[in-house]
Design a protein around this ligand. Structure first.
Ligand code: SAH
Ligand code: F3S
Length: 460
């Protein structure tokens, strides 16, 4: 009898992609996907540590699910609870010590071994865990037809990170950076086009260092037919050889970002007009303490290179406020950087210490009220800038991928532009999964509202 697994996925696109990889390996081991926890024999929480108190939230969520499921009718008992993702990797067997309900802990590189872990539990072991990290870990290759995301497909190009920014837990939870051979990436993109996808996202913690750490590329074999290659060259290959209409990539790391990438974007219509280039801070002193490896000037030079593109590339970023030792002056430099760049979107985080990171040993010197005050001030500035940035779309005709029904209105659908902005618009359900032309009729602070030109419905 086949069983059922239910996923709850938090955090970044990499986690979304990992959950679909886990669904794939578990389907080979006799598990189908459940859409409600009440149907599940196995519940897997795929966790994120970017937010504070991540582990505590896992215990709270499991307790909540337990309460809910013990009241659910027609259930023989509770499901097996498992934890995967960054909290699983960082907390490892502490998860068992703190919660007797957790029976399964799956580290970030253990997804291919999930069937063995589940089998251990089925064979009567009380707990199963795999949190090994290896520099040579192989990439799990997901088949195009076994994807869970319907209209946008994710493709891993690198895993892990070697940067060790002083605040960040990712190098500890995702291990050393490994790049996947270009031929495999191109083959995956081609298979996705055949499957009907029109948008792909190339994923990595730091896509720009693709190939730079090629010694540990896993899936042994030549890295590329011509030897090791850079990210710009990979983009060029994917754009030329896959023929996918829309290609996006994230995340770009400023130090490794170069003008060559902009040139390649200019030369290929299917490389979309969006770059996520997190600065994290605007003052050189804080950037140094964060060990980011670039100055404010160098960051702004990269922004200039993007702005000199012949395409209208939208730039988004991440900022941390309240980093240890951040003075009012340092914070003002973050404000002025945000104003100077003119981001189309910005994720703002209040600094919070992460276990094992160098910054966790610095005194977390900024009081919570000050962090909140700075957060709100920066958010307010960004909202004003964003509004102006969005207004430039008013009246423009943009290409949108129709991704789903809008949660706000029953007659509207929602999707993203090539520059990765959300647009809501009225259209017929048959348009789902297609690229359509939309005329922007109204600008909201975090989205656009559009009208569809009839006919033709499809773009191009
Ligand atoms: N390169 C990664 C970044 C991972 S973390 C990527 O692909 O997105 C995502 C964002 O979380 C970072 O850019 C940073 O702004 C924020 N962040 C990371 N650690 C943090 C911490 N200790 N406190 C506050 N924000 C943090
Ligand atoms: Fe984290 Fe810095 Fe890498 S933010 S993911 S250590 S580039």
């Amino acid at each position: 009898m086949r069983k059922k697994v239910y996923f709850e996925t938090y955090g970044c696109q990499m986690n979304v992609h990992d959950s679909e990889k886990a669904t794939y390996v578990l389907s080979e081991a006799g598990y189908d996907l459940a859409f409600e926890p009440a149907e599940a024999d196995l519940v897997l929480l795929n966790t994120c540590m970017v937010r504070e108190k991540a582990a505590r939230k896992v215990y709270a969520r499991i307790n909540e699910l337990k309460r809910e499921l013990s009241r659910a009718a027609n259930r023989p008992g509770l499901p097996i609870f498992g934890v995967m993702g960054c909290v699983a990797q960082a907390e490892a067997d502490r998860l068992f010590e703190r919660s007797k309900d957790i029976k399964l802990v799956v580290g970030t590189q253990a997804i291919p071994r999930l069937p063995d872990l589940v089998e251990q539990l089925e064979n009567g072991f009380d707990r199963a865990i795999d949190v090994r990290l290896s520099k040579e870990a192989e990439f799990l290759e997901l088949q195009a037809e076994s994807r869970q995301t319907k209209y946008i497909a994710y493709i891993t190009i690198t895993e892990g990170c070697n940067k060790f920014c002083s605040f960040c837990i990712v190098p500890f939870t995702r291990g050393r950076e490994r790049s996947r051979p270009a031929d495999r990436i191109v083959a995956e993109a081609k298979a996705l086009l055949e499957q009907g996808y029109c948008e792909i996202h190339l994923l990595g913690q730091n896509v720009n260092s693709y190939g730079l750490s090629g010694r540990y590329h896993g899936n042994s074999g030549p890295f590329d037919a011509d030897g090791e290659i850079t990210f710009a060259r990979l983009l060029e290959r994917v754009a030329e050889e896959s023929g996918i209409p829309r290609i996006k990539f994230t995340t770009s790391y400023p130090r490794d970002f170069d003008e060559e990438i902009v040139k390649v974007m200019d030369a290929h219509e299917n490389l979309c007009e969006w770059i996520h280039l997190p600065a994290q801070a605007g003052s050189d002193r804080v950037l140094r303490a964060m060990r980011r490896g670039y100055t404010r000037r160098e960051y702004l030079d990269k922004i200039e290179a993007i702005k000199s593109s012949k395409k209208d590339i939208s730039i988004t970023g991440d900022m941390i406020v309240g980093f240890p030792g951040e003075t009012a002056e340092d914070f003002n430099e973050t404000m002025s950087l945000v104003a100077e760049v003119g981001y189309d979107g910005l994720y703002i985080f209040k600094y919070s210490p992460r276990p094992r990171t160098p910054a966790a040993t610095y005194t977390d010197s900024i009081p919570e009220e000050v962090k909140t005050e700075r957060f709100l001030k920066l958010q307010e500035l960004q909202d004003r800038i964003q509004r102006l940035r969005y207004e430039r779309y008013l009246g423009r005709i943009v290409e949108v991928l129709v991704e789903g029904a809008s949660s706000r209105s029953s007659s509207d659908y929602t999707g993203h532009t090539r520059c990765h902005k959300v647009v809501n618009f009225p259209i017929k359900a048959e348009a789902l999964g297609k690229l359509v032309k939309v005329r922007i009729a109204e600008v909201k602070s975090h989205s656009l509202y559009g009208e569809v030109n009839h006919p033709p419905l499809e773009f191009g």
